[in-house]
Design a protein around this ligand. Sequence first.
Ligand code: AMP
Length: 304
Amino acid sequence: MSIVVIGSVAYDSIATPLGCRDDMLGGSGTFFSLAAARFAKPSVVAVVGEDFRPDDLALLQEQGVDLSGLQHSPGKTFRWGGRYHEDMNGRDTLFTELNVFESFQPKLTPAQAESSFVFLGNIQPRLQDSVLEQVKAPRFVAADTMNLWIHTARAELVEVLRRVDALFINDEEARELTGKRSVVLAAREIQAMGPSMVVIKRGEHGAIVFNDGDIFYAPAFPLERVVDPTGAGDTFAGGFVGYLESTGDISAANARRAAVVGSIMASFCVEGYGVDKLKRVDRQAIRERYEAFAKLTTFGGLVL
Ligand code: AMP
């Protein structure tokens, strides 16, 4: 297996201006893994409860996600609820029920401990740290986080960041973490905390990759219809890290391509509820959108 992933495997209940859905398969680990599985072999470290549906286990397996590190515990699966605003760029968290994650002790399988790529998805920094401790010789460690942990577990988060190569974070969270209004200054400050690569996610405005001295801007793909933005950030990270791993190339030039791949995967994700669209994306669809993306961002030389 190529990428070990810790993150939530969850049931999400969401409301958007277009409709509501309850108890859909979701979670940071799920979205990341489904996107990464188009390129690499992700292996999840997570826990689900007794209510986790066999169909969802089968779906993850069919999609190429290794579940040998998925624990099953008595109790309920992690649940999250969110309501999107009219323009869908903003949302409010309605509830977060950690359930079986509350007492979760991540234990990597021997094969997972040998992974060279690690993704520490959005979950308590304490759990992220415990996973990182168990990986013997990581080559590339990426992480995500959210405002909840910035506010409630800042010291642990800062500790984890010292050992991370790439942090995926949205612009608002980057400001909250650093107190800097400018995303450029916020990214620099985060780089000083440890990660040489900082990917600032800006929803429908794309993502900016700060990679040592290199800065790259990947727009979001313009879509006619956004159905459900949940998981777009994790899906972006899954495409990004999956592509880096599959090419074996973590150079700045390849990180630019990986950012476009991440943006493409996120664009598919938001076109359906939960994982509905993401699970149907094949390599041909990715290639086509990559070409469309190139057209979108190519312009000729300046005549002045
Ligand atoms: P995103 O839209 O990329 O921020 O990701 C949303 C996903 O993150 C949903 O599927 C949720 O289940 C999951 N999620 C939300 N809050 C948390 C949390 N506190 N810990 C872990 N996962 C979470």
